[in-house]
Design a binder for this molecule. Sequence first.
Ligand SMILES: *Cc1c(COP(=O)(O)O)cnc(C)c1O
Length: 373
Amino acid sequence: MKTLFLTLGPQVSAFEEELGQFLVRYRQQAPPIVVGTNSCSMGLILCLVAFDVTLGDEIITTPMTFASTINAILHVGATPVLVDVDPETGLIDPEYVRAAVSPKTRGIIPVHLYGQLADMPALRAIADAHNLFIIEDSAHGIEMEWNGLRPSDLGDCAVFSFYATKNITSGDGGAIATRNPMIAERLRRLRNHGMSKEASKRHGELYQHWDLETLGYKANLTDLDAALLRPQLPLVLEKRMARQRIAEYYEAMLCATIPFFADHARSRVSPLIARRGQSTHHLFSVHVPANHRDFILNTLGKACVGTAVNYRAIHTLTYLKNRLGIPRGTLPIAEEMGDRTISLPMYPQLTRAEVDYVVQALADAFAAVAVHR
Ligand SMILES: *Cc1c(COP(=O)(O)O)cnc(C)c1O
């Protein structure tokens, strides 16, 4: 608070540098360029603008995501083309992406759902074959890894969120990582109105005019945010391990206590998400029977267990239903997941006794509807 630059100053630069280094941890490799933003949502918009996405362009993405992935595409005048997801992971299915590519397609936005990295090699191959960009919606964590791959390794940009519920947070905040210096330069300009020079870069020199070089936004990270985020970076991997242990314990207890969860062969969408690579375990979501989902949510709520739904298939929400006109039945796996999913409490400090309590509350809810067999 006592320093000269409260925004776009040295804390932001230091955080950008440190996040870049974090992304290449334990590797002999140059870090990606990181551009701090005020949110992941604005970061997605800036990326689309940086790639000159415009009216009529198509962007292929997933219905298993938060609204802002789709909103970003709509805000730049492009058309979201939604394709179905893998029933084991809920991640965008590259085969459906391939089939959805049209002459109007400009890019792909995979979402690394719950912190599992999407199948980036397959998506990169499709993108390269059709000259498309990939923007990774990496809101569910900076710390994910799968087959040695991390966010920003194969995507043109990876966009992170530091919103209140995410694994590291400054209340609100975001960042974009890219290995493309020209795109990074555009992103820096776009986050700061389109101005040619940031205030802190002009300081200490004789007065220089800045120029307005493009139509930009006000979407930068502040030094206050960055100062809150920096000390969290060294703790991220340890917390990931704690979340993973909790996820493993949850899975064991659910299977031991509620027969529904042990019976994986029963349906197309399995009750538990397949654990894939080093997930960030940002959310612990399970799939219960669709016809009892809301009853189970209420029963857990009455037992003081906090829950959420991440996510109902995005094309079923009112505005997008009207705007996109994708009828139910078009994306059956995402729709089924969306009708069945419940997110249970998940954070590094969660104790085994608390997990036991949650599982028992869920078992009670199942007993009440008598859906176990
Ligand atoms: C949270 C979230 C966002 C939006 O992040 P903000 O920083 O709040 O804008 C985008 N995509 C997904 C998948 C999210 O979970």
